[in-house]
Design a protein around this ligand. Sequence first.
Ligand SMILES: Nc1ncnc2c1ncn2[C@@H]1O[C@H](COP(=O)(O)OP(=O)(O)OP(=O)(O)O)[C@@H](O)[C@H]1O
Length: 268
Amino acid sequence: MTQHAASTAAVDSAPYALELLDLRKSFGKTEIIRGAQLQVKAGERVAIIGPNGAGKSTLFNLISGRFAPSSGEIRLHGARIDGHKPYEINRRGLARSFQVSNLFTRLSVFENIRCAVLWSLGYRYAFWKFLAELNDVNERAEQILEMIKLDRRREVLASNLTYAEARALEIGITIAGGSSVILLDEPTAGMSKSETKRFIQLIREVTQGKTLLTVEHDMGVVFGLADKIAVLVYGEVIAFDTPDAVRADARVQEAYLGSVLAEAEMAV
Ligand SMILES: Nc1ncnc2c1ncn2[C@@H]1O[C@H](COP(=O)(O)OP(=O)(O)OP(=O)(O)O)[C@@H](O)[C@H]1O
């Protein structure tokens, strides 16, 4: 079997969209990710929660290729991606949310989405003069605008969007390439309660049928969005289960969730 055929077979038969197998990452002598294990099925929405400094961002940076692991494996649809470059991982179907600060602020909403679609097709910086002719690209961009509910704001410069609209645009850019696995880092951070509620619904809609991983501190978002919760404590996944099961897990209560839920209840 050729290498290509072997990797295609792995992809076709892969039971999981994303797997972390004994994943480790050290900075200097300090091990931050300490044998993390996680197996996410295609189409699952997973929230990664855990105390400050548990390694959630580091885990995202490993999965998206910003950091190379010290050891262990990361598999996307069965094929190893650990240590690959971010753009290679993106080409294989995993997209991580851009931060709002990475929007092209001097371009319109529509142009931002169009750039993301073009980039996903392999175009980089040129081709401006051909843009009007690229009907497929424009159609795809229009579809995404509708999905993120910014079609009426299509001509507005990204710099003039409200905060929540800018975050919706960020999600649109993330899904523009049609990736099947989406990573979102605190997608509702900084939003009001009502904006958050609407945004959870938007995320549910645009990630329908996709595999979603979010890092999240807001328990309302976690319980509103996630099919499963992964609890990361000191670089280890100590629980991975449905929200109800995680809430009832004594170890999770002790290590993390008890104090967070108590705080959330006090804040109400
Ligand atoms: N590039 C780096 N070099 C050295 N140490 C790092 C680096 N990145 C993260 N760390 C350390 O790794 C630990 C985990 O950080 P990380 O940001 O992944 O945690 P987190 O769970 O995302 O925390 P928070 O919820 O506060 O955002 C922290 O002690 C942090 O200082």
